[in-house]
Design a protein around this ligand. Structure first.
Ligand code: IFM
Length: 459
């Protein structure tokens, strides 16, 4: 067994969740409907027709969940705020009961000695805004800034770390291009407009957070390490397109104040004369950040797939003119994702090489694995695959720090088993097992592993 890595003093150990995946209580205390309520209630779109209606019932059980976090020993807890709880119609009246819920959660965390880290958008757009165009239209970015100002005004003095968006790639491309996430649209240009308006929303929210005087502001990106299936020129070109669509579309405007040089070769006429862009947008989007959140799970092996060009939606989809191929010889998780910790090191080192001093300190805001957990006769969950996944990735992260990447924190995804979007409750990512019948929480072996790692840093 390899030794546990030792992180620099002050390194933040955390765990993460998101509102729609754990809260439940979707019709309580004035919450309005979100696009995920609509999507999950549409027959055939999620596994087993699962919805987030009840999820982990965290809305009512948050004190128990904070007690678990305290037992785990984390420094910080990353959660997300449900926009439709705060502004149920997306615009207009603010719902005091929604603000109260997050206020109680934050106080509970602070009493437990845990720093709150709040994500403002983890995919639950108020349905009323989607009905007016969703992220395809600039108005949604403006409403997002208003909502941000309300939340920051209420919680900004108690929440030190703020994340504007979680994985905008999923919102734009899974949501508006291949339709595997809410709102389930299958469009070409609409997805590119959505990507841009998410970036504009980020810029406007940074301004609102700065105006509220919060301590740290950042955004979370799910950056991919794209590897070519072969050394053929076609596969290498496919990697450039994949990098553009997954990474550069975000990192270039945010960190370098420019659009990707490779966008024409990636999206062709769909991006030509992009009328959704305005003068001044790049300045807004590239305001300095205190940290960059990076979510990492796996590498993607990319092969050229010219047959995908015909469909304008696929033209911008995740597998647009390229497709993911299986990596032989490595273990795959229950998501069928290859386990390659070295790719985590490579991704971070490459990011530093690309952006140099323009790269702010990094927080790993998500990393973890869904595994085929089983419950032993005594009720325990001996999730040795997840333990090995975490051990390998923490070691790979330490290697990136040793190579000069300024990484300040690491949040395991996820504290609890939860609603894994289109996969419903079939996929379990938690350090804590949730029995969805009884809502009983059972810490798994991976919980003990992480607890011990954190404790070792306190001795
Ligand atoms: O569950 C998701 C989370 O909401 C966003 N990042 C990836 C996780 C696992 O798929």
């Amino acid at each position: 067994m390899t030794e546990l890595p030792v992180f620099p003093s002050g390194f933040v150990f955390g765990a993460a969740t998101a509102s729609y995946q754990i809260e439940g209580a979707v019709r309580e205390d004035g919450r309005g409907p979100s696009i995920w309520d609509t999507y999950s209630h549409t027959p055939g779109l999620t596994a087993n027709g699962d919805t987030g209606d009840v999820a982990c019932d965290h809305y009512h059980r948050y004190p128990e969940d904070v007690a678990l976090l305290r037992d785990l020993g984390v420094d910080s807890y990353r959660f997300s705020i449900a926009w439709p709880r705060i502004v149920p119609e997306g615009a207009g009246p603010v719902n005091a009961k929604g603000l109260d819920f997050y206020s109680r959660l934050v106080d509970e965390l602070l009493e437990a000695g845990i720093e709150p880290a709040a994500t403002l958008y983890h995919w639950d757009l108020p349905q009323a805004l989607e009905d007016r165009g969703g992220w395809r239209v600039r108005e949604t970015a403006e409403r997002f800034a208003e909502y941000t100002a309300v939340v920051a005004g209420h919680l900004g003095d108690r929440v030190p770390r703020w994340i504007t968006f979680n994985e905008p790639w999923c919102s734009a491309f899974l949501g508006y291009s291949i339709g595997r996430h809410a709102p389930g649209a299958k469009e070409g240009r609409g997805a590119l407009a959505a990507a841009h308006h998410l970036l504009v929303g980020h810029g406007l929210a940074v301004k609102a957070l700065r105006a509220a005087g919060v301590r740290e502001v950042g955004i979370t990106l799910n950056l991919d390490r794209n590897l070519p299936a072969t050394d053929s020129p076609a596969d290498l070109a496919a990697v450039v397109r994949a990098d553009t669509q997954h990474n550069l579309v975000w990192t270039e405007p945010i960190l370098a104040g420019r659009y990707p040089a490779t966008e024409e070769e990636t999206w062709g006429e769909l991006i030509t004369g992009a009328d959704f862009r305005r003068d001044g947008d790049l300045e807004l989007i590239s305001q300095p950040l205190d940290f960059l959140g990076v979510n990492y799970y796996r590498p993607i092996v990319v092969a050229d797939a010219p047959h995908r060009e015909a469909d304008p939606a696929l033209r911008v989809a995740t597998d647009n003119r390229y497709e993911e191929v299986t990596l032989p010889g490595v273990r795959h998780t229950a998501m069928n994702w290859p386990v390659v910790p070295e790719s985590f090191t490579d991704l971070l080192v490459r990011l530093k090489q690309q952006y140099g001093d323009a790269l702010p300190p990094v927080h790993i805001t998500e990393n973890g694995s869904a595994e085929h957990d089983t419950v032993a006769e005594d009720g325990a969950v001996h999730d040795s695959d997840r333990v090995e996944y975490l051990r390998g990735h923490l070691t790979a992260l330490k290697a990136a720090i040793d190579a000069g990447v300024d990484v300040r924190g690491y949040y395991v995804w996820s504290l609890l088993d939860n609603f894994e979007w289109a996969f419903g409750y079939d996929k379990r990512f938690g350090l804590v097992r949730v029995d969805y019948e009884t809502q009983e929480r059972t810490p798994k072996d991976s919980f003990r592993f992480y607890q011990e790692l954190i404790a070792a840093h306190r001795r």
